[in-house]
Design a protein around this ligand. Sequence first.
Ligand SMILES: [Fe+2]
Length: 473
Amino acid sequence: MPFTNFAVPEKYRYQNGFNSYHETEAVEGALPIATNSPQTPPYGLYAGKLSGTAFTAPRAENQQTWLYRILPASAHSNFEPREHQTFNTNPENKPWEKIYQIPNQLRWDPFDLDETVDWVHALHLIAGAGSPVTKSGVGYYIYAAGKDMDQNSAFYSADGDFLIVPQHGVLDIQTELGKLLVRPNEICVIPRGVRYRVTLPQGPVRGYICELYQGHFALPELGPIGSNCLANARDFQAPVAYFDEDTSTEWTLLSKFAGQLFAAKQNHTPFDVVAWHGLYYPYKYDLGRYNAIGSISYDHPDPSIYTVLTAPTDHAGTAVADFVIFPPRWLVAEETFRPPWYHRNTMSEFMGLIHGQYDAKTGGGFQPAGASLHNVMSAHGPDATTHEKASSVELKPQKVGEGSMAFMFESCLMVGVTEWGLSKCAKIQDGYNSESWVPLKPHFKIPAGKKRIANEVTADGGQADARQQPHYA
Ligand SMILES: [Fe+2]
């Protein structure tokens, strides 16, 4: 079935489409007709704009949303720094904690659940590159939480868009623009600046986040694939407007700003948007709906064939972050070593596993809730067990990844690892290399009767060995 049968049923209504101009109202007539900022918006609401791009960004990239709310977003006290010692997701600002750039292949055991913290304090920066201050690069987080955010609290990140990949547990996310229920095998994107509160209706949660400091996620180009397949635009779901009425209790507004936490107070709910229209909004997507494309003749295509979302740089085809999945799929390629080949990549590859077993790593070290990082030019590929199996297996059509969902954040940037990722989390596998690739055995043997072909030239510039011919000859 091309969608996920979720154990936890859907609670909310959505509007469908990726990068679609949506409009929604929770009270009939709350959206003004034609004018964005009427002299008096309907029903005594305040109009406000939320910009996801510069006002003057090209039309194809421009993302803005108009909000019609009970009180403006600016009605709050000054922000004060909060919890410097326990919350700081920008190690560049911490003299005692820095990012380590190392060429080793890294792999982590499953990260622990933590039932003592809420969403805001669940965020552990594990790796990243660049800086939210200059709006360049990415941050990767592991989150683990067991508590709802405080009843009267809301959070936003000024640093970037959160691409959230739940591995365990359900996120019930109330945003200014409406509510989303996000379950494992779904992903969601909360754009920079959108205020939200996370509750955990099914108990503890754990997962991965890619925070995009620059630009926004888009669907990849399809080239000769045509106008459908991979992630189809119609399967992305944005919330419909939903609002609370509360202008009398105290609320705490938490801001992640340059990786640090700030808090402000206000005496009204931030979730008071009665209607909105625009292109800048949170959304979710069921990975079970992904339409995977692969080889039906020979050879394993580049893993980019499994891209769900891409965040492009200014250089065409080069992403600051690609979100790639390895869903259940058929392998039918003939005369082919079917797992992904050994490679060194100019891009960095951070992988996680939501559930099941990843088909290119059957040795048991890459587990759900764990992770791996193959940095720029760090060589990797199938482990010895997988190589042996794949080299001798009968190549009949084969379903792989059944009950499994691995994913990758692939970036053109060299990704550094934080102190938390390298030591504090205590999940690094020391034996990754020695278990995966060191056991690989040489099989090369020059057959009897064949000789090495010389590569020298003769003194007069001629060819010493007549067999030294261009391959095509
Ligand atoms: Fe790779």
